[in-house]
Design a protein around this ligand. Structure first.
Ligand SMILES: *[C@@H]1O[C@H](CO)[C@@H](O)[C@H](O)[C@H]1NC(C)=O
Ligand SMILES: *[C@@H]1O[C@H](CO)[C@@H](O)[C@H](O)[C@H]1NC(C)=O
Ligand SMILES: [Ca+2]
Length: 335
């Protein structure tokens, strides 16, 4: 009896490890040579356009601000804004920023001042490696959304990188880098992709709070993700219950193929392709500093707390629990 219980537990543990290992892969992770993934993919749709497609390909991206006092109450600044978001389509040979290396001067200028001019120079100097750069509008309402200008991609330039400064802040920014919009699996362009940004510290200023005075970091440190465990001491960005950092920015990109219409017989109009500006997510609503309420009833499969922050994860969690129960039951029975 005791033995069978022990065996059941061991088997359950094995099941847990197996299922977790299967769910451990990251989205579109390349074979080795790229930097670590700097963003979370919430949703994506595989497409049918082969990577060698010769015609015009453009992504229409929508920027959704989610940086608010409600979601990030600690030390929240009086007049927050996002600097004009800047996005670049580029080759494997260019990097706007990475999550592990020192920031370029262009990244520093954006993260500290919100100025895109140095980055623009870096874009130009990169020659063939960069294809196109687009800029959005500065946003003085950090929970608003905006449609960004369409950005071209090609087989040689399948990466999108983006950044925007959290203003005011010493050198904190959001965005993503090296998002490859050709799937390694299907070798086609993604039809649609929704990515969520983490919070990044450019490593160029030592300030610990949103409004800290300039204090140059010397020597400069690598760009690093701000997480619950390495948070500056005023705890900016933490959720009301201080258990995690809610997503401060979301970007959804939709592919447009060629120059023609997207709805047969009707002339092209951007409104036919643009996703909604506002899409509710499980952790959008906080009630008096409480955890997101009603998420389970409302969204069924998407808790957003700590690492179980998208539906794939929570589905995996449920599969794991089911597998554990099943193996426990079966081995109990067999004994
Ligand atoms: C982007 O694609 C459009 C449509 O083909 C084209 O007119 C434009 O010149 C392209 N821009 C760049 C920078 O490649
Ligand atoms: C910011 O934008 C959101 C979304 O449009 C809106 O609901 C809110 O009232 C705006 N806040 C301010 C202060 O204008
Ligand atoms: Ca810093």
């Amino acid at each position: 009896m005791n033995n069978s219980l022990f065996l059941a537990l061991v088997l359950a543990l094995v099941a847990l490890v197996t299922v977790q290992a299967q769910s451990g892969g990251t989205f579109n992770e390349p074979p080795g040579q790229r930097r670590q993934q700097t963003y979370r993919v919430l949703e994506y749709e595989d497409g049918t356009i082969n990577q060698r497609f010769k015609g015009t390909l453009r992504y229409y991206c929508t920027f959704r601000g989610k940086w608010s006092e409600e979601r990030h109450p600690r030390d929240f600044p009086k007049s927050p804004s996002f600097s004009a978001p800047i996005m670049i389509a580029h080759s494997n040979g260019y990097r706007m920023w990475t999550g592990t290396e020192a920031a370029t001067l262009g990244v520093e200028a954006i993260a500290e001042e919100g100025f895109n001019t140095v980055m623009t120079r870096e874009f130009n100097n990169a020659g063939f490696e960069t294809l196109m750069m687009v800029q959005g509008d500065r946003m003085f309402n950090t929970t608003e959304s905006q449609h960004l200008p369409p950005i071209n991609v090609t087989y040689e330039h399948p990466f999108l990188s983006m950044m925007t400064k959290f203003t005011p802040s010493p050198d904190w920014f959001g965005g993503f880098s090296d998002m490859r919009i050709i799937s390694y699996e299907t070798e086609t362009y993604f039809n649609r992709i929704v990515v969520q940004s983490y919070v990044w510290d450019a490593g160029t200023d030592a300030g610990q709070s949103y409004t800290a005075l300039d204090r140059d970091m010397d020597p400069q440190e690598p760009v690093a993700r701000i997480s619950k465990n390495n948070i500056p001491h005023r705890k900016p960005f933490l959720s009301p219950d201080e258990s995690y950092i809610p997503v401060p920015i979301e970007v959804e990109c939709v592919l447009r193929v060629g120059e023609g219409s997207v709805i047969p017989g009707i002339p092209f109009d951007e409104r036919q392709i643009r996703p909604p500006l506002y899409v509710p997510r499980p952790d959008d609503d906080f009630v008096e500093g409480m955890e997101p309420h009603n998420w389970w009833q409302k969204y069924g499969e998407g808790e957003c707390r700590g690492r179980f922050c998208n539906s794939a994860d929570s589905r995996n969690l449920m599969v794991t629990m089911f597998a554990m129960m099943l193996t426990t039951a079966v081995s109990w029975f067999l004994w």
